[in-house]
Design a protein around this ligand. Structure first.
Ligand SMILES: NC(=O)c1ccc[n+]([C@@H]2O[C@H](COP(=O)([O-])OP(=O)(O)OC[C@H]3O[C@@H](n4cnc5c(N)ncnc54)[C@H](OP(=O)(O)O)[C@@H]3O)[C@@H](O)[C@H]2O)c1
Length: 339
């Protein structure tokens, strides 16, 4: 089987999950990693992919990796506000790019990425790895089957206690990419958007209200909000609620309430050791729980993206979806900045 040759731009912590994924799936191979900190690329490789020192090139210079002709696809896991600029450099060098969420902090930047990708004929996808877990495909099936009726409300909660060592994630304002909004918020907003559909297409929010607790840097440590997805054909309201926090204990779930029942995904963005389970109930009292065998969404995401490049297919997560999510994120940012 042919393998897509991957490079990683940044010695980020999330490489703990990505490096093994690229090495494990049959259609992918890690060939390079770069960091702007001298020695950090090599140290990351030794830590998360021991035994690959002879087959992976380590660079102390991001541009060197981008110019490496051996690298066909690049994974961009740097800080949120850096994703778009580095992705553009990679695309303009003819590389396919998997960009960590959020793809960018503005729809304008995603439009630039889209134009560059079309010009250079490369594939680009936003790294919402969770969508590749089979439990979300099952939730999607339940929605589309009409089991719980028309979707009228959805609620997404994502929280954990931020460790002292990770405080740099909240050392800049929300407008500059800091805080819970750009860190865990993209997952919550993405999940809510995927709950509301008409004829198989997502319905996008019409307006947003949000309330945030900001720290001294203007980064949100807690935010709650409501997205108004408009009324359905029968005039019923469709609301999406989100709740994200770095001050609360672990929560990673979304729940959808329809006209005939509800469905809940209990470990939506799946922390290590979480058991993926969904439950649902109907008006007539019927209740079910469905458990899923262990499955690694990072592996599934990498395998999918490599397959799209190697077989010239359109990625499951499209640029249309990335733009729509970013537009909703911009609405949340604006609403929360006003409070
Ligand atoms: N999908 C997921 O489950 C998941 C999980 C976590 C994060 N993420 C996303 O992935 C991205 C990276 O997050 P992360 O938490 O993995 O990032 P991180 O460890 O904070 O690293 C981000 C960037 O900061 C630099 N850096 C790392 N450690 C540093 C240090 N000690 N001192 C100075 N610079 C340092 C690195 O660039 P250089 O190597 O060039 O210095 C790295 O690319 C974010 O967009 C985040 O939202 C996704």
């Amino acid at each position: 089987m042919s393998k897509l040759k991957w490079g990683i731009l940044g010695a980020a912590r999330v490489n703990e999950r990505l490096m093994p994924a690229i090495n494990e799936v049959p259609n992918s191979q890690l060939v390079a990693i770069a960091s702007r900190r001298v020695g950090a690329a090599k140290a990351t490789l030794e830590k998360y992919a021991p035994g690959y020192a002879n087959s992976v090139q380590c660079y102390d210079d991001m541009e060197a990796l981008i110019q490496d002709a051996n690298v066909e696809a690049v994974y961009c896991p740097m800080a949120n506000e850096e994703h778009a600029q580095w992705a553009l450099k990679c695309i303009n060098a003819g590389k396919h790019v998997l960009i960590e969420k959020p793809m960018a902090l503005s729809v304008n930047d995603i439009e630039s990425i889209e134009a560059a990708a079309a010009k250079n004929k490369v594939k680009v996808m936003e790294g919402f790895m969770y969508r590749f877990h089979p439990q979300h495909q099952r939730v999607q099936e339940i929605i589309e089957s009409g089991l719980i009726g028309d979707v009228l409300s959805a609620r997404a909660s994502f929280s954990f206690l931020m460790k002292q060592a990770r405080m740099y994630r909240i050392n800049r304002s929300m407008a500059d990419g800091g805080g819970a909004l750009w860190d865990i918020g993209p997952y919550a907003i993405h999940s809510l958007r995927w709950c509301f559909q008409k004829n198989g297409k997502p319905i996008e929010p019409k307006s947003v209200i949000a309330h945030a607790k900001l720290n001294e840097h203007g980064a949100d440590t807690v935010m709650s909000g409501l997205l108004d997805f408009g009324s359905d054909a029968e005039g019923r309201a469709r609301f999406g609620h989100f709740d994200i926090s770095f001050e609360r204990s672990r929560k990673s779930e979304y729940e959808i309430i329809g006209s005939k029942g509800w469905v809940k995904c209990h470990a939506a963005w799946v922390f290590q050791n979480d058991v993926p389970v969904i439950s649902w109930a109907l008006e007539d009292g019927k209740y079910a729980e469905e458990r899923f065998a262990p499955s690694n969404h990072f592996n599934l995401e990498i395998e999918h993206f490599s397959d799209c490049v190697l077989q010239d297919k359109t990625p499951y997560l499209t640029l249309e979806d990335a733009k729509a999510n970013c537009k909703a994120m911009e609405m949340v940012l604006k609403a929360a900045t006003k409070t």
